[in-house]
Design a protein around this ligand. Sequence first.
Ligand SMILES: Nc1ncnc2c1ncn2[C@@H]1O[C@H](COP(=O)(O)OP(=O)(O)OP(=O)(O)O)[C@@H](O)[C@H]1O
Ligand SMILES: [Mg+2]
Length: 249
Amino acid sequence: MTRILVFGNAKGGTGKSTLALHTAIGLLQQGHRVAVLDLDPAQGTLTRYLENRASQNASLATPESLSLSPNANMAELAQAIADLAPGHDVLILDTPGSDTPLARAGHARADVLVTPLNDSFLDLDVLARVDPASQKITRISAYSEMVWRARQDRFKKDKGQIDWIVARNRLAQLDNRNARAMEQVLGELSKRPGIGFRIAPGLSERVIFRELFLRGLTLLDMTEGKVPFTMSHVTARQELRGLLDTLRI
Ligand SMILES: Nc1ncnc2c1ncn2[C@@H]1O[C@H](COP(=O)(O)OP(=O)(O)OP(=O)(O)O)[C@@H](O)[C@H]1O
Ligand SMILES: [Mg+2]
């Protein structure tokens, strides 16, 4: 059985595509057979990342991939999944940072859903409303509701469950009050009835993540000696392994 791993968040720019590719390469390196499907054809970040990898670092292991046309319908999505799944242990779907029909349908196919989240109350707002004075959760918001519906759809389809993981991304490297408040609220939200997610160890904000795209590389491809390799890169790789372990693939 191919496990479907979806990267999603109705908020844009939280690191879905970056972490989708890092996860794909990490799982490939662990010996899993991995394929990826880009469900954000308008932006096509993951597809572009893989094109850069093919042209700049063709000798490196790369997942098989497909992208859908911007006006693809549900039948084309189902066909793309049916085409990619055979022969692969894991199929990774990268979704856009907005609630599109393709994104919804992709979510409802997930075995594991990873939601990267920037460490900011502004980003948390798509998951839950927080009372400014008490910092208590007052209600869940649009993206959590979308995941709730995806879980219902998934269960109706094949009685499957979606294991939802929230991965904090771009964490400040110094301890700060905002990070502690986010941790507190996320912890509460994760246990709220009807929500239920696991929290992955976070990833720090690091410039290296922005430098890799043009070469189609991930932090996991870098070997000491080839590129200047710093302590920061070593720590970043450990953080990524923490995320991979949390997936329980
Ligand atoms: N840990 C990190 N440290 C620093 N920069 C990061 C980190 N993770 C992601 N980025 C950067 O954040 C930006 C957004 O990342 P990315 O495109 O992967 O997000 P996305 O959620 O896929 O966005 P969209 O919703 O537009 O598809 C990019 O510039 C990326 O290089
Ligand atoms: Mg993206």
